[in-house]
Design a protein around this ligand. Sequence first.
Ligand code: NAD
Ligand code: IPM
Ligand code: MG
Length: 355
Amino acid sequence: MSRSIRLAVIPGDGIGPEVVAQGLKVLGAALPSDVRLTTTEYDLGARRWHATGETLPDAELASLAGHDAILLGAVGDPSVPSGVLERGLLLKLRFAFDHYVNLRPARLLPGTATPLAGDPRIDFVVVREGTEGPYTGNGGSLRTGTPAEVATEVSVNTAYGVERVVRDAYERAQARPRKKLTLVHKNNVLVHAGHLWKNVFDAVGREYPEVTTDYLHVDAATIFFVTQPERFDVIVTDNLFGDILTDLAAAVTGGIGLAASGNINPAGTYPSMFEPVHGSAPDIAGSGKADPTATVLSVALLLRHLGYEAQAARVEDAVAADVAARDGSVRSTDEVGDALVARVTATAPGGPVPA
Ligand SMILES: NC(=O)c1ccc[n+]([C@@H]2O[C@H](COP(=O)([O-])OP(=O)(O)OC[C@H]3O[C@@H](n4cnc5c(N)ncnc54)[C@H](O)[C@@H]3O)[C@@H](O)[C@H]2O)c1
Ligand SMILES: CC(C)[C@H](C(=O)O)[C@@H](O)C(=O)O
Ligand SMILES: [Mg+2]
C-alpha cells in the first residue's frame, strides 16, 4: 500500500463537478493523515470541446496514465452531439487503459427505499465486460440520411477478451460466501457471440468446482432483477447488457444516485477509473439536487483498489448510516457530502479528527 496517491480528477459535465467535489471531500476525510494525496484536475468535457474541438488529446491521455487512479464525474451534454464525448472521452479512456472489468456492485442497504415489494435481500455484483461487445465502434452507415440508409454496429467478442473477464468473475465469486456466478447473455438469438461466451464460461468453470453456475437470457434476467433479486451473487455479462442491467440494478437498490462503479485494469498496467454509474443528469445540473452518494461509494471502491480496505469500509459504513437515517427531507448535494464527511471523521481511528 502506497503512502502517496496521485489522483487524476475528471469532473466532466452537468452534475459531474458537483458530485466529484463531494467525493473528494470524503476521500480527504477518510485517508490517514500520513498519506499524501495529490490531485490533478483535467478540463475535459463539453466546455473543452466547445472551446477547442478536443475530446481527449494524446498528451492528456499520456499524462493521465501517470496516475494511480482516476476519479470521473460524468460526461455528456445536450449542447454536444450525442456520442462525441461518450465515445471520444469516456470510452476512449476505458479502451486505452484496458478497463476490461467494469465492476458494478448492487446492494440494498437497510432502510433504503426500493420500489420492490417486501424486503428483498439484494447483494450482488455485476462484472460487466468493458472493452468489447457492441461498444468498439465497429460499424458504419451507408447512404446516410437517405430513406435507403443502412447502419451496422457489430458486436466484437474475442476469446481472449471474454476469457479474461469471465475468469475475473469466477475469482470474485470464489471469494464470496455464496460462490455463485450467473452468466447473462442472449445465446438463443445472438448465437455466435452467445456461444463463445457460454463455451468459455463452461470451460473456465471447470477450474472453479466450488462455484455454482447459472445461465440466464438477458430478457429473463430483467424479470428476476425485480421478482427475485436475491438469486444473484456475481453476474458476468457483455458490455451492453451490463450497461442496461446496472441501471435497473440501481433502480431496485434505492436509485441511480447510489450506484457506484469501477473500471478496473486488473494488471495495474494502467490506472483504474472510478465513477458513478449515472450520467451528467442535465435535467438537474446546477440545482443542488444531485445525490453525491454514488460518487462517494465509487471513492470507496477506489480506496479498496489502492489497498486502503479499512478506509473503504469506513466510507461504506458512513453511507449505510446516512441512508438508514434518511427521513425523506430534502438535502442539497453539499449537505449530503458534509453529512458523509462528518460520519467518516467521527469513525476515524483514535476518535474524531479535529477540523
Ligand atoms: N459515465 C458517464 O459519464 C455517463 C453515464 C450515463 C450517461 N451519460 C451521459 O449523461 C447524459 C445524460 O444521460 P441520461 O439522462 O440518459 O442519464 P443520467 O444518468 O444522467 O440521468 C437519468 C436520470 O437520473 C437522474 N440522476 C442521475 N444521477 C443522479 C444523481 N446523482 N442524483 C439524483 N438523480 C440523478 C437524472 O436527473 C435523470 O432524471 C448523456 O449525455 C449520457 O450520454 C454519461
Ligand atoms: C455514457 C455511456 C458511454 C456509458 C456506457 O454505456 O457505458 C454509461 O451509460 C455508463 O453506464 O457508464
Ligand atoms: Mg449506463
